[in-house]
Each structure stands twice: as structure tokens, then as C-alpha cells.
Ligand binder design. Structure first.
Ligand code: AMP
Ligand code: ZN
Length: 130
């Protein structure tokens, strides 16, 4: 979709702190992370609602999330990776993968704007664990 920011990121027309990429999916860091390493996983194909993604793409997306959760856990020294789905701001399906050490970490109110240099450094750290 022409006016969709995540389509533009998926097509490489807008820069992002990339964590993982293949033909179907892209994972990149959220610019307003809830915790360090907060990652967004998107299908490159535009679908608004996550739960409208058809098979096999839907299952492949969660297989990718599983793989990324292992890298995020290692790279960020996190105990767990929380999963959040909202989609009120950007109408292109995405899953928030949030490194966590406490139950209270999965809280959108913790979001704060990150510096681009900080995001670049964290993305590199995560990529090394993939
Ligand atoms: P939501 O649609 O409610 O799941 O929120 C969209 C998320 O995308 C928010 O957490 C934003 O901080 C994040 N976001 C918006 N634009 C960008 C961007 N250009 N790069 C990375 N993250 C973004
Ligand atoms: Zn889109």
C-alpha cells in the first residue's frame, strides 16, 4: 500500500534498525521501545489485521517470532520475550516482541523515544545472535 509506513520499511524505502529479514518478513526495532530490544515483526505483504493473515504465512510469521525470541533473549539478557498485538497506530499487521525481566515490563506506558544510534547498536547486537 502506497501510504503505509510499514510497507515502505518492508520495501527498504524508509530506513529502520533491522534485526532480521527474509523474502516474506522483516523484523526491526520500535522507535519508541517499551524495553531495550523491543522488536516489531511484520509480513512484507500488506495486511491490516494480524489475524486476517492467511496460512501458511500466518504460521510462518509465528515460527519467525519463535526464532527471534531466542535471539532477543540472548542478546538482551532477558528472562522472557513478551508478545503484544495492538495495531491502532499502524494498520499493517505486526507483532511486538518485548524482552522482559519482570511481569510489569509488558506495559505500553513504558514506551520512550530512543536515539537512532542506540537502536543501531542494539540491532547489531541482536543480529549477532541470529
Ligand atoms: P501499534 O499500531 O499501536 O501497534 O503501534 C505501532 C508501533 O510502531 C508503535 O510502537 C510505534 O512506536 C512504532 N513505529 C511507528 N513508526 C515506526 C518506525 N518508522 N520505525 C519503527 N517503529 C515505528
Ligand atoms: Zn503496509
Amino acid at each position: 500500500m502506497d501510504d503505509c509506513i510499514f510497507c515502505k520499511i518492508g520495501a527498504g524505502k524508509i530506513p529502520s534498525a533491522k534485526v532480521y529479514e527474509d523474502e516474506r518478513f522483516l523484523a526491526f526495532l520500535d522507535i519508541n521501545p517499551v524495553s531495550p530490544g523491543h522488536t516489531l515483526l511484520i509480513p512484507k505483504k500488506h495486511v491490516d489485521n494480524l489475524f486476517d493473515i492467511e496460512e501458511p504465512l500466518y504460521s510462518e510469521m509465528f515460527q519467525t517470532a519463535k526464532k527471534l525470541s531466542k535471539s532477543l533473549t540472548k542478546a538482551m539478557g532477558a528472562k522472557r520475550v513478551g508478545v503484544m498485538v495492538e495495531g491502532f497506530l499502524v494498520h499493517h499487521a505486526h507483532v511486538h516482541l518485548i524482552p522482559m525481566n519482570h511481569g510489569s515490563d509488558l506495559n505500553p506506558a513504558n514506551a520512550r523515544k530512543a536515539e537512532p544510534a542506540e537502536l543501531t547498536a542494539i540491532a547489531e547486537k541482536i543480529r549477532k545472535q541470529i
